[in-house]
Design a protein. Structure first.
Ligand code: FES
Ligand code: FES
Length: 186
């Protein structure tokens, strides 16, 4: 007996089968087992939001979720945001506003913002601040990050559709177009 627990999880639209230790977190599984290092490891106690991913449609701190708890679930990581190599409207807005400074917190900020826009497509500033309250930025680039989310939310119809496409990606993914397919072990 290995003591490992077999789990099946859809990651960025791609079915994955893993054997995980009971104490391993979803963050461990994503980074160490699947090589998806876009999800960042920092405080490991749910304080910083660097490890944010979307699990079954809700943003979670993946350092606080056991990998075994994700069995049967659906996970979206930052590697899954850009479909067919095209940045989502949200990612483009982060670029356009200069929101990424050192960049360490940005994957988590993007996933938290993606979840927020999925629930509240046109948030006001207070709603953006609340939606991103669990994501710390040591570079203190909060103004640009908030501006980016508001810009993505208020984008013209074609760009706004990209945001919705990003959400739709979670339920209708094209595994061949998933960026992690080229970096994760098969
Ligand atoms: S590493 Fe998970 S919240 Fe900080
Ligand atoms: S951009 Fe450096 S921590 Fe946020």
């Amino acid at each position: 007996m290995t003591g490992l627990i077999p789990i099946r999880v859809s990651v960025n639209g791609r079915p994955r089968e893993l054997a995980v230790a009971a104490h391993h977190t979803l963050l461990d599984a994503l980074r160490d087992d699947l090589g998806l290092t876009g999800t960042k490891e920092c405080c490991l106690v749910g304080e910083c939001g660097a490890c944010t991913v979307i699990l079954n449609g809700r943003s979670v701190d993946s350092c606080l979720v056991l990998a075994a708890e994700a069995d049967g679930g659906t996970v979206l990581t930052v590697e899954g945001l850009a479909a067919q190599g095209r940045l989502s409207a949200l990612q483009q807005a982060f670029l356009d506003t200069g929101a990424a400074q050192c960049g360490f917190c940005i994957p988590g900020q993007l996933l938290a913002a993606h979840a927020l826009l999925g629930l509240t497509p046109h948030p006001d500033r207070a709603q953006v601040e609340e939606g991103l309250a669990g994501n710390l930025c040591r570079c203190a680039g909060y103004e640009q990050i908030i501006e980016a989310v508001l810009r993505a939310a208020g984008a013209p119809p074609s760009a706004a559709a990209s945001v919705e496409d990003g959400a739709g990606q979670r339920s209708r993914p094209d595994p061949a177009a998933t960026p992690d397919a080229t970096v994760a072990p098969q």
